[in-house]
Ligand binder design. Structure first.
Ligand code: EPU
Length: 420
């Protein structure tokens, strides 16, 4: 199994470009099912989760043609309404196929989706199921882990999400886009990837208003046209690189990004003393003086992203003072900090949702196993600022969301190698 070997302490500087957003690409690929016409996706990140998503689509009968920086997808000849169990089990994004399949074919069979183990309750899909029922679908849970959903005729819905959920919002949005009539969704998530998805569907002929706000109105249309989608920059990658630069006190320009999408992190950077400049599509982190600790509480967008919590914890080990990190979205997303403690961090766990970090502390290299995607990037950042050698196993988890990470980090001076 491949692993990363990092020799910490190398001087970092230069430019690093941000790739297309994983969590946008993973919605646009299944959105192609909504139309019988081809869709061209550009700025597609070359990451494992995207490969899994394309494989799943191909297994349904879609034709995928690779082009420079993306793909053309033709779903006209989809031949089955059952998602391959082994493939769907590999990543959480497989749940995004369900809404479009149901909307186009009136039926879908699928297993409970896999993905990062970051919730003790196993990352439920109850909101999706409730949502499809609101459209008039019947749900047969064949076994605990396998579902069969069908509908003679789907109806538009008036639905209030009991919990704010990114993927459930996107799933209902996609489904409603080809159900004739007016659907109103309330208490929606507001992430930029949702707005991007709605903009794309609108260009294809859907009539969606309010995406990016808590209430979304969709006037469904029977058929969507062919379309082109440019995947928006990955805001989590942007934030991860910005945190790496701040934690290593390096001068790094992060390009091809949208700073508007990480305003909460940048506001905290200001507060703790990080010196940076922002342009239309770049963030330049400069060398800073003494950085001071700051508490965070993760929150749905535009609050502090749960996906940036783990890199932020690494930063807090390098600043002066005590910070309380409160993870509100997932109950398993702080367990990895035990590894950071093994590297020398001074962290106390209050309960599964809260830790206290005392800084600054020197970190030293360790042999570690990446437990999930975002903890994985945090361990890479920790390794890069540590004394000595860090080895990280199970880097499939990191490859799921970061394209050619070691090559891009090497270009800014990092001493990181992939060993197969
Ligand atoms: N939830 C339910 N029932 C559901 C769905 C969600 O109770 O049916 C709960 C979750 O357990 C969680 C909360 O609702 O406590 C919010 O989760 P949400 O549904 O918003 O998360 P998600 O849509 O599954 C997406 C991203 C995650 C990101 C979260 C929060 C994708 C494919 N995944 O997940 O990304 O952390 O939103 O921003 O878009 C990652 O990229 O590493 C990642 C985990």
């Amino acid at each position: 199994m491949p692993k990363f070997v990092i020799t910490g302490g190398a001087k970092l500087s230069g430019q690093i470009a941000v790739c297309g957003a994983k969590n946008s690409a993973l919605k646009i690929i299944p959105a192609s099912i909504l139309s019988e016409k081809p869709i061209t996706i550009k700025n597609l990140p070359m990451i494992e989760d995207v490969d899994r998503s394309l494989e799943l689509l191909e297994s349904l009968g879609a034709v995928i043609t690779k082009i420079k920086g993306g793909v053309i997808i033709d779903t006209k000849k989809i031949k089955t309404t059952e998602l391959d169990q082994k493939m769907a089990d590999k990543f959480r994004g497989s749940i995004m196929f369900v809404g479009p399949m149901l909307a186009r074919f009136g039926e879908v069979k699928f297993p409970h989706p896999g993905g990062c183990v970051i919730g003790a309750s196993g990352r439920p899909i109850d909101l999706f199921i409730e949502g499809y029922k609101a459209f008039g679908a019947e749900v047969d849970e064949k076994s605990e882990h396998f579902y069969h959903i069908k509908a003679k005729k789907l109806q538009p819905a008036n639905y209030f999400f009991p919990i704010v959920s990114v993927t459930a919002t996107e799933s209902m949005l996609m489904t409603a886009s080809i159900i004739p009539g007016k659907t109103i969704l309330k208490n929606c998530a507001m992430e930029p990837e949702i707005e991007a998805l709605a903009d794309y569907l609108n260009k294809q002929g859907a009539k969606i208003k309010g995406a990016g706000s808590p209430t979304i109105t969709i006037i469904g249309t029977k058929k969507l046209k062919a379309g082109i989608f440019n995947v928006i920059p990955d805001r989590i990658e942007t934030g991860s690189f910005a945190i790496l630069a701040a934690a290593s006190n390096s001068e790094i320009k992060i390009t091809h990004c949208n700073p508007e999408h990480i305003m909460t992190l940048l506001a905290i950077f200001k507060k703790i003393g990080v010196n940076f400049e922002v342009g239309h599509d770049f963030i330049k982190i400069n060398k800073s003086g003494k950085l001071i600790a700051c508490d965070i509480k993760t929150h749905e967008y535009p609050g502090f992203a749960t996906d940036l919590q783990s890199p932020y914890v690494v930063l807090m080990t390098q600043v002066h003072g005590t910070s309380l990190i409160h993870e509100t979205i997932y109950d398993g997303r702080l367990i990895w900090t035990d590894m950071l403690s093994q590297m020398g961090a001074n962290i106390s766990m209050c309960d599964p949702h809260r830790i206290i970090v005392n800084g600054p502390t020197k970190l030293h290299g360790k042999h570690l196993i990446s437990p999930d995607l975002r903890a994985g990037i945090a361990l890479v950042i920790a390794g890069l600022i540590s004394e000595g050698k860090t080895e990280i196993d199970n880097i499939y988890q990191i490859d799921r969301g970061y394209e050619h990470l070691e090559t891009r980090l090497q270009q800014i001076g990092a001493n990181i190698k992939r060993i197969d």
